[in-house]
Design a protein. Structure first.
Length: 371
């Protein structure tokens, strides 16, 4: 009868088909069966991403006399070695992992999925708190706007209105924000939609992260979903181009996502670290896709010292045309002058932040294209 009552209570939830094992902590009855079931289920659980960037949502911060500040949390991706430099988000303070413990045992390295305590250097307890994220240096960009898929629960009670204020839970953080419905006038219980959440304080998340929302008051859970773009710009509602772009990003074709992100940001000549940060993927994975897109003629690489930055082939074609127009107008206006200076051409055609070496490489590339 008890099992039947539990089945009835769980009907319609993700646990409705879960195994139910009666156990007794007094007699030990059923414990062996439960252990075998857990072993069987654990074989089906996907391994945590040890190749991704190091990320640890902080759930506790405290001081140990003689050691200093300690942060704890569950390592959700990547790994950390003793001595590694890390950054605390959203405050963007850099520090170092002086020592690491896993389940109160000192270790040299901690991996994704483990509960971790890290003794960090040169940061006071009052400067960080629960909800902050420890991560690889420059691996994240805190944002106050995120584009998401929102699954609105069947038992949410009433429709969700546009711009409704909610509580947002992501990682170990609670934030306040307003839900902007991008494709609907209102969201009825049980429906799913693309939304933008505009937050009242910065969130430190990556695309692909999960989140939950609760009503501002009274507090109860009304939905959740997946972050599609963790560094969104403000969108107009019912914008077909925006909705189509988010739908593409949601499908998770990383090749296409990286190509589109490079196309959108080509004027800034993004590097692999930026593209990894914007997609929430590891540098190695992003680097492999960049190489493939370069070989396919979709992206172009530019050398900056020991590293590289990239632009989309379409942007290169646009710049070539822009150069031609600027130079044509110059020669029409000043027919007797030998030509425009490189400095003037660069200032008129490119952003001031673009390095001189990139501009020089562009000139050589466009000359070769012409020939």
């Amino acid at each position: 009868a008890v099992i039947e009552d539990i089945r009835e209570y769980l009907k319609g939830t993700f646990l409705q088909d879960a195994d139910i094992v009666p156990v007794s902590s007094v007699t030990g009855k059923g414990i062996d069966t439960l252990v075998k079931l857990i072993d069987r289920l654990s074989d089906k659980v996907a391994a945590k991403d040890e190749g991704g960037i190091f990320r640890l949502p902080i759930d506790r911060v405290f001081t140990i006399s003689g050691f200093g500040t300690v942060i704890t949390g569950t390592l959700i991706s990547g790994k950390i070695d003793e001595g590694d430099k890390i950054e605390i988000f959203p405050v963007k303070v850099e520090t170092r992992a002086r020592s690491i413990q896993v389940h109160e045992q000192p270790v040299k390295t901690a991996y994704a999925g483990q509960r971790v305590a890290i003794n960090i250097a040169n940061i006071k307890v009052e400067d960080i708190r629960r909800g902050y994220v420890a991560a690889s240096i420059k691996s994240m960009e805190p944002s106050t706007m995120i584009d998401c898929r929102l699954n609105y629960l069947k038992d949410a009670g009433k429709p969700l209105k546009n711009r409704e204020r909610v509580r947002v839970y992501q990682g170990t953080e609670e934030l306040f924000g307003r839900v902007i419905l991008l494709e609907d006038e209102e969201l009825k219980p049980g429906e799913s939609s693309l939304v933008q959440i505009r937050l009242e304080s910065p969130i430190s998340a990556l695309s692909g992260d999960k989140y939950i929302i609760r009503r501002y008051s009274p507090m109860f859970t009304i939905g959740g979903g997946t972050i599609i773009n963790s560094n969104a710009k403000k969108h107009k509602r019912f914008d077909k181009e925006v909705i189509d772009e988010l739908a593409k990003m949601e499908k998770g074709d990383l090749d296409e996502i990286i190509e589109n992100e490079t196309l959108k940001t080509s004027a800034d000549f993004p590097d692999a670290r930026y593209l990894a940060k914007s997609t929430g993927k590891g540098l190695n994975e992003v680097g492999s896709i960049i190489d493939k897109l370069i070989k396919g003629g979709r992206l172009v690489a530019f050398s900056i010292g020991d590293s590289y930055c990239y632009a989309h082939r379409k942007y290169i074609d646009e710049i070539a045309n822009k150069f031609r127009i600027i130079l044509g107008q110059f020669h029409e206006k000043y027919p007797l002058r030998p030509g425009m200076s490189k400095e003037e051409l660069k200032s008129r055609a490119l952003k001031s932040s673009v390095k001189q070496s990139i501009f020089d490489d562009l000139l050589v590339m466009l000359k070769d294209m012409k020939e």
